[in-house]
Design a binder for this molecule. Structure first.
Ligand SMILES: C[S@@+](CC[C@H](N)C(=O)[O-])C[C@H]1O[C@@H](n2cnc3c(N)ncnc32)[C@H](O)[C@@H]1O
Length: 505
């Protein structure tokens, strides 16, 4: 389980910015009141603001903090508090918006190339933030808990203190249930995302979150039950805090990729047309972004959450952009070696040497497929006589050293294309089956609230499957044309050969 902690620090990072890398923390620490921590007694109702939360509240009714995902009242209170704490005058206000429930809307003309936000480090939550309950923070640091689980625990600790936490206005404006695949049940994932590889990614992510929580509980929380009572630090609260991190945590390239929650900046929604990211600005000492287009008063201002596919956006942020609007969209297509292949073992061995396995996924885009996939396809269709080249093919399929080496084996090209086409068509039929069934899918509803949820999830799944299937159809079209041209060329060559041999008879 300790593995899960490592994974969070390395691979699971969604970001509202790009360029991942790490360096020593350089955030100022937050100056908080040094009062003795309020006693947490787990007895009272979810609406309490006195620093106490109830066991039942966290367990059965969900999280007793945060707000409805579209609450602008809590967002307005957040804005007021941020101003009091030093957030400079802004050219944007939090409003209800068409895209993304709440968002930042220009209240002034904004020029292209203008720097906006200027959120000071004192208003940013990072791994260095001071805990209202310092003993808990010290214990986690003693155990070298990595940034992700550390910030997740910090958020729960501060949230559980309700009004006694410095961050109470921020936490009150966070969604009580972030849109995220973390909140889909296994049954919902199986039912709605059966055709898409995002289902596997979601299951893996849920398992990582569960593993991380179990690991923290076994190694730390159980040894310090007074600091980390299970009524507060449990799977439900961790699901919430990781849901918040997946959908709001920012990686700041100018702070060497340090991760942080940036109140106010995290009210910005994503647009696939926008190419601007949040970052720390050393000259103004604040988190900013530079607009890549002008905005007029009343227009929603967007940033980019990174170059992500629709599936990745659904996984971390719980939405799917409109079909055809995401130039970075891609679909993961699964491939595997045939067990009946005479060289199966040898090929698996070669793949293993380069960090790959007998079953691999490769991303397809409307513009084409990666060189790595072509190399993998060559390997999959290679006859025993080519065993001397297996290593080279596996190395090119893994592209571990980013050499982007293209290998071409003309005599295997047709078979390799056919291999990719077969996998593409088998995937297309899975999507078609789901999309056809989705029209008549029994939603198994017992309440109107549930109806809304199921309709919502189904719509997200339909949107995702349509966008992924569209890429597969495009790939199918290109491959069929390539194969047809190749086969016509072969036929012509064969006819020519026939007539030449007849001539010599
Ligand atoms: C960083 S927060 C942005 C602020 C958020 N709208 C709010 O009201 O708290 C990210 C969340 O905003 C929503 N969101 C962002 N961009 C979106 C978009 N283009 N379409 C739909 N929802 C979006 C998603 O719910 C996502 O999980």
């Amino acid at each position: 389980m300790a593995e899960a902690l490592k994974i969070f620090q390395t691979t699971l990072m969604p970001s509202l910015s790009q360029t991942p890398s790490f360096h020593k923390p350089s955030f100022q620490t937050l100056s908080l009141r040094r009062t003795s921590p309020p006693i947490i007694r787990c007895t009272i109702s979810p609406t309490s603001t006195s620093g106490e939360i109830s066991k039942a509240a966290v367990g059965s009714k969900g999280i007793p903090w945060g707000c409805e995902i579209d609450s602008v009242e809590n967002a307005a209170a957040l804005e007021k508090w941020l101003r009091e704490c030093g957030l400079p005058e802004q050219k944007m206000d939090i409003k209800k918006v068409e895209v993304g429930e709440r968002g930042l809307v220009a209240n002034n003309n904004i020029r292209k190339g203008e720097k906006l936000l200027f959120v000071p480090p004192s208003l940013v939550i990072s791994a260095d933030s001071e805990w209202s309950f310092p003993e808990a923070g010290e214990v986690l640091k003693r155990y070298d808990v990595p940034d992700w689980p550390l910030i997740a625990t910090y958020l729960i600790s501060e949230a559980s203190l309700m009004k006694s936490s410095r961050w109470s206005n921020y936490i009150s404006a966070l969604p009580r249930q972030p849109y995220s695949l973390l909140y889909w049940t296994r049954g919902e994932l199986d039912r709605y995302l059966e055709a898409s590889q995002i289902r596997e990614r979601a299951i893996e992510r849920i398992n990582n979150v569960t593993g991380t929580y179990n690991d923290l509980r076994a190694r730390i929380f159980s040894k310090h039950p007074n600091l980390f009572p299970e009524e507060i630090y449990n799977m439900e609260t961790f699901r919430w805090s990781f849901g918040i991190l997946f959908s709001r945590l920012v990686r700041l390239p100018s702070l060497d990729g340090r991760v942080a929650l940036v109140p106010w900046a995290d009210m910005l929604n994503h647009s696939c047309d926008v190419e601007t990211f949040l970052d720390y600005d050393k000259s103004t000492k604040g988190v900013v972004f530079t607009t890549d287009r002008p905005y007029q008063p009343g227009e929603q201002v967007f940033i980019s959450y990174g170059r992500k596919s629709n599936g990745e956006l659904l996984l971390s942020y719980g939405f799917v952009p409109r079909q055809g609007t995401n130039p970075r969209d891609s679909v993961e297509l699964p491939f595997s070696l045939k067990k009946s292949d005479k060289c199966y073992e040898q090929k698996v061995e070669a793949l293993k040497k380069h960090g790959l396995s007998a079953s691999q996924c490769f991303p397809l885009q409307v513009t084409g497929w990666p060189l790595e996939l072509m190399a993998y396809a060559y390997l999959a269709v290679s006859p025993p006589s080519m065993s001397g080249k297996f290593e080279e093919m596996a190395a090119a399929a893994s592209n571990k050293n980013n050499t982007n080496k293209e290998i071409r084996i003309p005599e295997l090209e047709e078979q390799a294309f056919q291999y990719i086409l077969d996998s593409c068509e088998s995937s297309i039929s899975k999507y078609t089956k789901f999309l056809q069934a989705s029209g008549s899918m029994d939603l198994d509803i017992t309440s109107p609230k549930q109806l809304n949820r199921k309709v919502f999830l189904k719509q997200l799944a339909v949107d995702l499957c349509n966008s992924e299937q569209r890429i597969l159809f495009r790939t199918q079209y290109i491959l069929r044309r390539k194969l047809r041209d190749m086969r016509r060329g072969e036929l012509k060559a064969l006819n020519l050969f026939d007539s030449v041999s007849k001539f010599f008879k």
